[in-house]
Design a protein around this ligand. Structure first.
Ligand SMILES: Cc1cc2nc3c(=O)[nH]c(=O)nc-3n(C[C@H](O)[C@H](O)[C@H](O)COP(=O)(O)OP(=O)(O)OC[C@H]3O[C@@H](n4cnc5c(N)ncnc54)[C@H](O)[C@@H]3O)c2cc1C
Length: 560
C-alpha cells in the first residue's frame, strides 16, 4: 500500500474502497462533514473507469436546465426511468436517483468546487418512451487544470490519452477530421484535462482538500465485522487488505470498487449474455461484490451491464486488451452494420445499450449467435470524409479493417454471403439518398440526428449511400463499459442483507451495486449521474446529515 496523501493510520471514521466517481463523491461528502476518511485504491492509478469516461452526468430537472428556461420535473423523469427500466427497477432506487440528483449536483458544485457545463440539446436515449426529453438532462465537466488542482498527485490519475475537448465542442466541430488538433495539443501541454479525467481530478481535489487520505496499491479483500454480544453486533468495523493489513472504520465502510466485468467466471455465470470485451480498468474484478457476499449481502440485477457495441482494434489498458467503443463509426452517414448473413438487423444510430442488446440475439435453430459478430461497413468516400477511429484515408489500412475493391470482394473477405451484402447496400442506398430508412427508422429521432453529421449534403444527418470502393468492414462484438448489477442497497446506499435489512456500517455505490435504473440507460451520463447521487447520499447518511442539502442550506439560513 502506498499513501499518496496523508500518513498511515490504523483507524478512520470512514474507509472508502475504490477511487471512481462513486467512491470519491462519498469520500468528499463525508470528509466535508468533518469525517476522517481514507480512500483505498487497488490499482496504482486513481480514478477507475470514471477517469477514462466521457464524464457526462444525466440529472433530471437539474438547475442548469432550469436556469436556461428548460421545463422538466422529477415526476416526468420518474415516468421515463420507470419505462426505461422495463419494470425491473426498484421504486426506492429510482426515486433516490431522480429526486436527489440535482441536490447532489448543487452540493458538489457549491461545496466541493466541481464545475459543469450544460448541454442544452443532448437528447435522452429513448425518445419513444413517455417522459423523455430531447435535451436538458445531460451535463458534463468543464475543462479542468489538473496541475493546478492536484500538483504531483495529478500524475496518479488515470488518463485515456485523448485530447482535452468537451462534448459541447465535439458537437460544434462535428467529425474528428475537423478538430483543431494544434490547439488541443497546446491545452494538454498546459495541464488542461476534460471529461472523466476532469471530473475525477475535481472530486479528488475536493476530497484531499477536506483532509481525506489517499492510498494506491491498496486492495481491499475482506470486511471486518463486530460479532460480539454488544447492541451493535454485526456492524462492519473495517477492512482487511490483500496484504493482511487491517484498517478500522469507526463509522462506515463504503464499497465503490466498480463492476465485475474483468472476472471471467463471474461474468460468464451472472451476465445475461456473453461479454466479449470491455474497456474499463482490469482491476474491476468484482472484489467488492465478493466482500459483501461473504457477510450475507443481497445481490440484485447481476444479469446487466452498460452494454455497448465494440471492436477489438488492439487498444490496451494496463497492458490488457480492451474493446474500442464505436459511436460515430456506426452513426455517421454512410456506414451501416450487417450481421453474419450480410443483412442489416437494427437502427445503427440508436443508443449503444439497446444496439448491443441486438448483438445478443440467439439463433436457436442454428445454435449460434444471430448478430455477433456484426460488421460496420462503409466506403472510401466515408473514410475520406470522417476517417474511422484514428485511421485516416490514404494511410495504410490497419489490421482491424477488412478491405475489398467491391462489396462482393469484401463479403468474401469477412465471410458473409456476397449476394446478401450487395442487396443490403443497394436497398439501403436507394432509401438513404432520399433521407429515409423504412426498415429500421434510422435518422428519425432527435437522438439519431444528434449523433449524425449536421453538415452533410444528404437530406438526413444519419444517412448517406455507400457507393465508391474500396469498401471496408470492421468486426463488432458485444461489449460493456462495465457491469451494473451486484450489491443491493437501499435509497441511502446502505447495503442490504438477504432479508432486506441494512447491514450496519456498510455502504456501496456505483457499478459494484444494483443500478438505480435496473436494465435501463435513460441518457448520456446515466451511469455517473445516479452513482454520484448514491455516493452523495452515502456520505450524507454516514455523517448523519439530511439528503436534502438545499433544505439544509435554507434551514441554516433561517437559523442565523
Ligand atoms: C470510454 C467510456 C466512456 C464512458 N462515458 C460515460 C459518460 O460520459 N457518462 C456516464 O455516466 N458513464 C460513462 N461511462 C461509464 C462510467 O465510466 C462507469 O459506469 C463509472 O465510471 C463507474 O464508476 P464506479 O465509481 O462505480 O467505478 P470505477 O470508476 O470503475 O472505479 C472503481 C475503482 O475501484 C477499484 N477497485 C476494484 N477493486 C478494488 C478493491 N478490492 N480495493 C480497492 N479498490 C478497488 C478499481 O481499481 C477502480 O479504480 C463510460 C465508460 C467508458 C469506459
Amino acid at each position: 500500500m502506498k499513501y499518496l496523501t496523508g500518513r498511515p493510520q490504523a483507524a478512520y471514521d470512514v474507509v472508502v474502497l475504490g477511487s471512481g466517481a462513486g467512491a470519491l463523491t462519498a469520500a468528499a461528502t463525508a470528509a466535508r462533514a468533518g469525517k476522517s476518511v481514507v480512500v483505498l485504491e487497488k490499482a496504482s492509478l486513481l480514478g477507475g473507469t470514471s477517469a477514462v469516461s466521457g464524464g457526462m452526468l444525466w440529472i433530471a430537472a437539474n438547475h442548469h436546465a432550469r436556469e436556461a428556461g428548460f421545463e422538466d420535473s422529477t415526476d416526468t423523469a420518474l415516468d421515463y426511468v420507470r419505462a426505461v427500466s422495463r419494470g425491473r427497477g426498484r421504486e426506492e432506487l429510482l426515486a433516490a436517483a431522480v429526486t436527489h440528483g440535482d441536490t447532489m449536483l448543487s452540493f458538489v458544485e457549491r461545496e466541493l468546487g466541481v464545475r459543469f457545463l450544460y448541454l442544452d440539446n443532448f437528447p435522452d436515449y429513448r425518445q419513444d418512451l413517455p417522459g423523455s426529453v430531447d435535451g436538458g438532462r445531460t451535463i458534463e465537466p468543464q475543462l479542468a487544470n489538473i496541475v493546478e488542482l492536484l500538483g504531483d498527485l495529478g500524475e496518479h490519475v488515470r488518463s485515456d490519452g485523448r485530447a482535452p475537448f468537451t462534448m459541447q465542442e465535439y458537437e460544434d466541430w462535428g467529425a474528428f477530421t475537423r478538430f483543431p488538433w494544434d490547439e488541443l495539443g497546446a491545452r494538454a501541454e498546459s495541464g488542461l484535462v476534460a471529461k472523466g479525467r476532469a471530473l475525477v481530478a475535481m472530486l479528488l481535489a475536493a476530497a484531499v482538500r477536506e483532509g481525506a487520505h489517499v492510498a494506491v496499491e491498496a486492495r481491499g479483500e475482506r470486511l471486518l465485522r463486530d460479532d460480539g454480544p454488544a447492541h451493535d453486533a454485526g456492524r462492519v468495523t473495517g477492512v482487511v487488505l490483500a496484504t493482511g493489513e487491517e484498517i478500522a472504520a469507526r463509522e462506515a465502510v463504503v464499497i465503490g470498487t466498480g463492476g465485475f466485468e474483468w472476472d471471467r467466471s463471474l461474468a460468464d455465470s451472472m451476465l445475461a449474455s456473453r461479454l466479449y470485451t470491455m474497456c474499463s480498468p482490469p482491476t474491476n474484478e468484482g472484489d467488492g461484490l465478493r466482500m459483501a457476499q461473504r457477510i450475507g449481502a443481497q445481490t440484485r440485477g447481476t444479469r446487466e451491464a452498460w452494454w455497448a457495441p465494440m471492436s477489438i482494434t488492439g487498444d490496451t489498458r494496463d497492458g490488457k486488451p480492451i474493446g474500442t467503443l464505436l459511436r460515430f463509426e456506426r452513426q455517421g452517414p454512410g456506414s451501416i452494420m450487417v450481421n453474419r448473413h450480410g443483412k442489416r438487423f437494427a437502427n445503427e444510430s440508436q443508443n449503444y445499450n439497446d444496439l448491443a442488446r441486438c448483438l445478443q440475439s440467439w439463433d436457436s435453430p442454428n445454435n449460434t449467435t444471430l448478430n455477433t459478430p456484426a460488421y460496420v461497413v462503409f466506403d472510401e468516400a466515408y473514410l475520406e470524409r470522417y476517417g474511422i477511429l484514428s485511421h485516416r484515408a490514404g494511410e495504410p489500412t490497419p489490421q482491424y479493417l477488412a478491405e475489398g475493391a467491391t462489396l462482393a470482394e469484401l463479403a468474401g473477405t469477412i465471410g458473409v454471403p456476397a449476394g446478401n451484402l450487395v442487396a443490403t447496400v443497394e436497398r439501403f442506398n436507394a432509401f438513404a439518398s432520399k433521407g429515409e430508412d423504412p426498415d429500421f427508422h434510422r435518422g428519425e429521432t432527435a437522438y439519431d440526428r444528434y449523433w449524425g453529421d449536421g453538415g452533410n449534403t444528404w437530406p438526413n444527418p444519419s444517412l448517406a449511400p455507400l457507393e465508391r470502393g474500396p469498401f471496408y468492414a470492421m468486426e463488432v462484438v458485444n461489449g460493456a463499459f462495465g457491469t451494473n448489477g451486484g450489491i443491493a442497497t437501499d435509497g441511502s446506499a446502505r447495503v442490504l442483507d438477504v432479508d432486506g435489512a441494512p447491514i450496519p456500517g456498510l455502504y456501496a455505490v456505483g457499478n459494484a451495486t444494483e443500478s438505480a435504473y435496473a436494465a435501463g440507460y435513460p441518457g448520456a451520463g446515466a451511469t455517473l449521474g445516479p452513482l454520484m447521487t448514491m455516493g452523495y447520499l452515502a456520505g450524507r447518511t454516514i455523517a448523519g446529515q439530511p439528503a436534502a442539502y438545499e433544505a439544509a442550506l435554507a434551514g441554516a439560513e433561517a437559523a442565523r
